[in-house]
Design a protein around this ligand. Structure first.
Ligand code: RB5
Length: 153
């Protein structure tokens, strides 16, 4: 499994904690930034990670900002991406099992390091259940297709 991971300046510590786990576990990852010295706008990192995941260069993505909210909003603007903002392990499992989310978004200022890591483990350990959920996920993507062009908001 190949993971794309990224954060803004609000998520550097949790990202490093998660990277340490990925490294120890032999899980391949690429870090799309930012680092401790370089403030970054979360939409820029979200777009990089989401595009890489959407292009299937990576199996899953992990995005971290202060709350997880900005990252999730931005990631979901990349066509084809389903990014779930999660703050608990049950939601992390369901994000994969029911929603087939390719990306989870965490908030370092909301979620502590140990819980954040448990969320990541729960998410990476789950697979999409398919079946009735396939139909529902397809409907999500149909909404995207109906709205992607020429919509004034
Ligand atoms: C940065 O200060 C903060 O706004 C960002 O990390 C994130 O929480 C946005 O949703």
């Amino acid at each position: 499994m190949k993971i794309a991971i990224g954060c803004d300046h609000g998520g550097v510590n949790l990202k490093e904690y998660i990277k340490a786990y990925l490294g120890e576990s032999g899980i391949e990852y690429t870090d799309f930034g930012t680092d401790a010295e370089t403030p970054a706008d979360y939409p820029d990192i979200a777009e990089k990670v989401s595009t890489a995941v959407r292009n299937e260069d990576f199996d899953r993505g992990i995005l971290i900002c202060g709350t997880g909210i900005g990252m999730s909003i931005a990631a979901n603007k990349v066509a084809g991406i389903r990014a779930a903002h999660v703050t608990d392990t049950y939601s992390a499992r369901m994000a994969r099992q029911h929603n087939n989310a390719q990306i989870i978004c965490l908030g370092e200022r909301i979620t502590g390091q140990d819980l954040g890591l448990e969320i990541v483990k729960a998410y990476l350990g789950e697979e999409f259940a398919g079946g009735r959920h396939e139909r529902r996920v397809s409907k999500i993507m149909e909404i995207e297709e109906r709205n992607i062009n020429g919509v004034k908001i």
